[in-house]
Design a protein around this ligand. Structure first.
Ligand code: ADP
Length: 165
């Protein structure tokens, strides 16, 4: 059985992520979405909130071989624990390339049995990044084209509650 891990912060999950999940699920028998709990990124949503969000969104994608697991270990350790032979990443622009190339190279040195596989971002979804979605929403812009309706509500509610806090 071929198991793949798609790791990310998913803060929040965008239509770009959803597209990679849908396409990636076809390439492996089981796809595990690894939601990092890495606090250094100062996320808008807690790990638990992000996991619940990803689970809810996955349920709308028409895939039945995808599960969501949180992790705070080294990615390669997590992938080994899950019995994965593939790490899946999405690739948007040249800016992604350098970082991803370096990370894939280092991960290969850590465990050469696990291959990193890249899916090119869908052309129409290329510009979408969680960071920009948050910035646009914070400044009152419309994020409808970048995230699902439910994620949009999550983001807008979080921003509203931040304003009150
Ligand atoms: P990380 O903190 O690991 O970069 P992200 O949640 O930002 O986590 O992204 C997870 C993965 O999804 C990365 O491989 C990233 O390149 C990919 N990704 C992000 N946005 C898109 C998009 N619009 N289209 C395709 N892949 C994307």
């Amino acid at each position: 059985m071929r198991i793949g891990v798609y790791p990310g912060t998913f803060d929040p999950l965008t239509l770009g992520h959803a597209d990679i999940i849908r396409r990636g699920a076809k390439l492996v028998d089981r796809l595990i979405i690894g939601v990092t709990t890495n606090p250094s990124k100062n996320p808008m949503f807690t790990p638990e909130e992000r996991m619940a969000m990803v689970r809810r969104e996955v349920a709308t994608l028409g895939v039945d071989n995808v599960e969501v697991v949180g992790f705070h270990a080294l990615l390669m350790k997590f992938a080994e624990q899950q019995g994965a032979s593939v790490i899946l990443r999405g690739l948007r622009a040249v800016a992604d390339f350098e970082y991803e190339y370096q990370m894939a190279g280092m991960n290969q040195q850590l465990n050469s049995r696990i291959e990193t596989v890249f899916l090119m971002a869908d052309v129409s979804l290329q510009p979408i990044a969680s960071k920009l979605v948050k910035e646009i929403a914070l400044f009152g812009g419309d994020i409808t084209r970048f995230v699902s309706p439910a994620v949009r509500v999550d983001v807008m509610e979080r921003i509203a509650s931040m304003g009150q806090g």
